[in-house]
Design a protein around this ligand. Structure first.
Ligand SMILES: *Cc1c(COP(=O)(O)O)cnc(C)c1O
Length: 447
């Protein structure tokens, strides 16, 4: 197969005839509840490009939602998967184990923050790993309550729906939800700053607001775990004010509460460090990973302090497919690629290019309330002009639709649906990234 050319090219309208034909088959056969951002069917992808079945080449500013961080079909991963799948596809680690699983756990224990003894366990999806982190925290503490934050996203299974904040589309109509899940206030500098500038910059103060709820409404003695995304993903790429995470962690330590960092979206070099927690030097008790871990092969993990991880009884954790050998081979190749190809710093280069361009755009367009993020996790919050900060979800939809039509994959997110988010693969070239940003800027002009 010829190499995938790294340029944007539209040879049909979007979606093209072949994609439209597949959309017809899909409507007849795929459940309506499963929907797609763009009605464009992929043929192949890599670098910074997704090529569709009509031969259109789109600039990828989504990475399949922060998954193909090292680039789609990354060469080491392709080779490792091909080799592994030819040896064995499955034995079930709970029946006859294999080295790949153990090796992935060794790497996770080494790469996650902190030099304390650690253990890991592998699962299939982010949501499944989050559920297991909660099981582990409950087994360790003998307590039941779990606290999650405003704007949180932790998945779509029953327990993780309860942990997730946003009703539509994730929860609406799907209750009843798991009990003993409590919601506490997040640090959201842009929105806090609309009414309280001090709260916006003082993370310790914002943490005190959350701690009051933990203390008074739940009670530390009942609380097994606090779970938080170090930078919230689906909720709007919300970067808490400095001091927020360390203050919360210190309170958890003082009260025997397990601090779980959900790094499913932020992990694996997405934000300029291997994990977003490293930015403030915090060492979570448990850290949940998935998305970027295996370049798209389904794999997830919980990693953390050995005494906490070893709390569940033997056979208390597991699953038929968890830590599948082919997915483990992909993870090992992904980690090797991140470390050997010097990709860790690439997210900061992407941030430098994108934030400069987007801040320049924001200076001329008062519908952009905030440009934020870290590394290759970049958000633009759209609001009605005039300083009220009123969210403008329609504008986010119009801009993203215009970008899609021009051949750029861009996603939206946020509790209010008013945020454009960019998650380019680290393998995108500077030129393609700039072109994608130019298209996005043009989309603002048309919208
Ligand atoms: C995507 C995501 C999840 C859920 O992962 P799945 O693999 O979709 O189950 C959990 N937490 C965060 C922060 C996520 O971004």
């Amino acid at each position: 197969m010829t190499a995938l050319e790294q340029s944007r090219q539209l040879v049909t309208e979007i979606p093209g005839p072949r994609s439209r034909e597949l959309a017809g088959r899909r409507t007849e056969n795929v459940a309506r509840g499963v929907s797609s951002v763009m009605p464009v069917y992929c043929r192949r992808a890599g670098g910074g490009i997704v090529e569709d079945v009509d031969g259109n080449r789109l600039i990828d500013l989504g990475s399949g939602i922060a998954v193909t961080t090292i680039g789609n079909a990354s060469p080491r991963v392709v080779d490792a998967v091909a080799a592994a799948v030819g040896e064995f596809t499955h034995t079930c680690f709970m029946v006859t184990p294999y080295e790949g699983y153990v090796a992935v756990c060794e790497h996770l224990n080494r790469l996650t923050p902190g030099n304390h003894p650690k253990r890991s366990a592998l699962f299939n999806s982010g949501a499944e790993a989050v559920e297991n982190a909660v099981k582990i925290a409950r087994a360790h503490t003998g307590r039941q309550a779990v606290a999650a934050f405003d704007h949180a996203y932790h998945g779509r299974t029953n327990l993780t729906m309860a942990l997730t904040a946003k009703s539509m589309p994730y929860k609406s109509g799907f209750g009843p939800f798991a009990p003993e899940v409590y919601r506490v206030p997040m640090s959201y500098p842009y929105r806090d700053g609309l009414t309280d500038p001090e709260l916006a910059k003082n993370g310790a103060l914002a943490a005190e607001r959350a701690i009051t709820v933990l203390d008074k409404q739940i009670g530390a003695a009942n609380l097994a775990a606090v779970i938080i995304e170090p930078i919230q993903g689906e909720g709007g790429f919300i970067v808490p004010a400095p001091g927020f995470l360390p203050t919360l962690l210190a309170w958890c330590r003082d009260n025997g509460v397990v601090f779980i960092a959900d790094e499913v979206q932020t992990g694996f070099a997405r934000t300029g460090n291997m994990f977003a927690c490293e930015d403030e030097g915090i060492e979570p008790d448990l850290i949940v990973t998935a998305k970027g871990i295996a370049d798209g092969m389904p794999l997830a993990a919980v990693t953390g302090r050995a005494d906490i991880m070893d709390a569940p009884h033997a056979s208390g954790l597991g699953g038929t497919y968890g830590g599948n050998p082919v997915a483990c081979a992909a993870a090992l190749a992904t980690i090797e690629t991140l470390e050997m190809d010097g990709m860790l710093g690439r997210a900061n280069e992407i941030w430098a290019i994108a934030s400069e361009r987007l801040n320049a755009l924001a200076a001329t367009d008062d519908r952009i309330g905030d440009v934020r993020g870290r590394g290759a996790m970049i958000a633009i919050e759209l609001v009605r002009p005039g300083g009220s900060g009123a969210p403008d979800a329609d504008l986010a939809k119009r801009v993203s639709t215009a970008a899609h039509a021009a051949g750029v994959i861009v996603l939206t997110c946020g509790t209010f649906g008013n945020i454009l988010r960019l998650l380019p693969p680290l393998t995108i070239s500077d030129d393609l990234l700039r072109e994608g940003l130019d298209v996005l800027a043009g989309a603002f002009g048309e919208s």
